[in-house]
Design a protein around this ligand. Structure first.
Ligand SMILES: Cc1cc2nc3c(=O)[nH]c(=O)nc-3n(C[C@H](O)[C@H](O)[C@H](O)COP(=O)(O)O)c2cc1C
Length: 275
């Protein structure tokens, strides 16, 4: 993938700045789908006072050939001539090869099994949960729900029950199934939706990727299903005032890493087939 980034300074004498910025943004972002190989365009027009540029284009293209074709594509030339060039005073451009940021996050993310004592700020935890709640759900029924376990006594109860269900830890792993992570999240999903397990799993996946983006370490901790099927599950539902049947999908152990990020996993090519 290729990244094409431009920073513009706008002319000083623009009378309707908001309209000009909106025109640049709509014009350039509207090129996706019209110009072959142009994958993603984001135009930032609202910088903080510390900025030394007024507008930033951050675009993703498939490769250098696509960038070359983009430069002369009639739809792009029209936007450049009508919406951009009349209003810009200076332009700096940086083109570089590499995955997009999201692609990098997907490649880099790994599970952590040793956590530092430092507790992530509530705002960061909220960001992680928000990403989980934005995951798609079957028929948009939003069956999955994230529970942040703050109560230290309940945390210990969950830890003990999870350890009991797990039995002897796998070789080399500690007795604590949560690896002493400072934050414990739990995803449950309403069984009245036939996509409950899938919805909850996507919620878990989004949270793990978002955690990595925010510099946090995470690990999916299993056995939430069994927990929810027993008295502990009933207790959790009653404390939340939830009725009906809920499936335990997973726990997320969250915090700061106490070990270095392991290298990216190798993908087994046999896992991608075509028929
Ligand atoms: C459904 C599911 C259950 C998992 N359960 C546990 C668990 O109970 N304890 C644990 O340490 N890791 C657990 N993991 C993490 C996996 O072991 C880990 O994702 C896998 O080894 C691949 O490593 P990576 O996440 O670093 O790429 C689970 C992962 C998934 C998707």
């Amino acid at each position: 993938m290729l990244r094409h980034v431009i920073l513009w300074k706008l002319k000083d004498d623009i009378s309707d700045l908001a309209a000009v910025k909106a025109g640049i943004k709509a014009g350039l972002e509207g090129l996706v789908g019209k110009v072959p190989g142009l994958l993603r365009v984001k135009v930032q027009t609202e910088g903080l006072a510390s900025s030394t540029a007024d507008v930033m284009l951050d675009s993703y293209l498939t490769d250098a050939a696509a960038l070359k074709a983009y430069a002369t594509h009639p739809a792009h030339v029209a936007v450049a001539n009508e919406k951009v060039r009349p209003y810009t005073a200076s332009r700096a451009c940086l083109d570089f090869e590499g995955e997009g940021e999201f692609g990098e996050l997907l490649i880099e993310r790994r599970s952590f099994r040793a956590f530092a004592e430092t507790v992530p700020s509530p705002a960061l935890v909220d960001e992680v949960v928000k990403a989980g709640l934005l995951a798609p759900t079957g028929r948009n029924q939003q069956s999955s729900l994230v529970i942040r376990i703050d109560d230290p006594a309940l945390k210990e109860e969950i830890r003990a029950e999870n350890a009991r269900i797990m039995g002897a830890p796998p070789p080399g792993r500690p007795a604590d199934p949560f690896y002493a992570a400072p934050v414990m999240l739990m995803v449950i999903a309403n069984k009245k939706n036939n996509t409950a397990t899938y919805d909850g799993s996507l919620t878990m996946g989004n949270m793990m990727i978002k955690a990595h983006e925010l510099g946090l370490a995470s690990c999916w901790i299993h056995r939430a299903k069994e927990e929810m099927e027993g008295p502990l599950g009933a207790k959790i539902l009653s404390r939340l005032g939830l009725e009906g049947e809920w499936e335990g999908v997973g726990h997320l152990a969250l915090g700061y890493a106490a070990t270095a990020l392991p290298p990216p996993r190798e993908i087994n090519p046999a896992r991608y087939r075509a028929i």
